[in-house]
Write a protein that binds this ligand. Structure first.
Ligand code: DON
Length: 313
């Protein structure tokens, strides 16, 4: 499955992205993630920027075709699928919708209910993985992957090495899962839940994919390149809302102040953002700041937000 993506020959947005790429590629702040060998060995010079308009035109600059593991950006799409399968009330019986104000791997469960704070932190994503419909881990993961593929408009690869490395480095997430199982918020067994979660993190995307996936959210669940409905407008609204308040972890408040659009970052250096009703944007550069967000991705988003008045509020 792959739909040809249209770009313009003389594209003013691509020109701006090109200028930004040229300026920010000299920004070497931050560190690549040391969480697994594949990420620790990532080429830190990589930098891609792409914007997808509501009618499916893609503007891009830099390394937009390089594949990297989607990591935590998948959390937004698993949440979308859990909402589609179960409805908002049933999902939020098990996971909250409040910013945690803590790191993505924090053990932040509500005292009374045992719910993790939101679906964008690891604990909350484990809960949404368990809530996705399917007989077993294989079927749940296949459905999550298909949803991401429909949002990207093409078949997405899978990095077996990343998956194995993630399994080998999963003590903390596994502990979180056991803890939530005992608190009653995790509805499935620990092992299959870990498998679904770590597999979804190991799906490969490009910066261009992220722009189209963002535009699918911005278009209320319709992929503007393929024209296919991927999830309902209501689901898109819930996902964008939680991305706005929780998608950038403990940087979410400052992100909303300085960029002002729903967004989600991942530890491989990917970043997806969506301007509701307008466009989707994908950014990728592996060096991360102290909160786990791509340094160049955040800097480019802030520049573009200022330049194009992206602020949704
Ligand atoms: O849970 C983990 O350790 C990773 N596989 C995903 C984490 C992630 O991308 C967090 N984002 N910044």
């Amino acid at each position: 499955m792959s739909v040809p993506v249209t770009t313009l020959i003389d594209d003013p947005i691509a020109r701006v992205l090109g200028e930004l790429h040229e300026r920010l590629r000299h920004d070497y702040r931050g560190e690549v993630s040391a969480s697994i060998p594949t990420l620790a060995n990532a080429d830190h010079k990589l930098f891609g920027l792409a914007v997808c308009s509501p009618d499916g035109f893609v503007s891009e600059a830099g390394d937009v075709d390089v594949e990297f593991s989607v990591q935590s950006i998948s959390k937004a799409f698993t949440y979308a699928l859990a909402l589609s399968d179960r409805g908002r009330e049933a999902v939020h019986e098990h996971v909250g919708a409040e910013p945690s104000g803590e790191a993505f791997s924090a053990i932040s469960l509500e005292e009374e209910t045992g719910r993790p704070d939101n679906p964008m932190i690891n604990a909350g994503a484990l809960v949404t993985c368990a809530l996705v419909g399917g007989e077993d881990a294989r079927e749940k993961f296949a459905r999550i992957r298909s949803l991401m593929e429909a949002a990207a408009g093409r078949t997405l690869g899978f990095d077996e090495t990343v998956y194995e490395e993630e399994q080998a480095a999963s003590d903390r997430n596994r502990a979180l899962a056991h803890f939530m199982r005992s608190a009653g918020s995790l509805t499935d067994e620990v092992d299959p839940t870990m498998e679904v979660y770590l597999r979804q993190c190991s799906v490969l995307v490009t910066t261009r994919d992220l722009a189209i996936m963002g535009a699918t959210l911005a278009r209320g669940g319709i992929n503007p390149v393929t024209g296919d409905r991927v999830f309902s407008g209501e689901v898109a609204r819930h996902v964008l809302t939680v991305m706005a308040t929780c998608g950038m972890y403990d940087y979410s408040g400052e992100w909303l102040l300085t960029v002002g659009t729903p967004a989600k970052s991942g530890v491989s250096g990917g970043l997806i953002t969506a301007s509701p009703g307008q466009f989707g944007m994908g950014l990728f550069s592996p060096k991360l700041d102290a909160r786990g967000n791509s340094v160049r991705g955040v800097a480019a988003s802030q520049d573009l937000a200022e330049r194009f008045q992206l602020h949704a509020l």
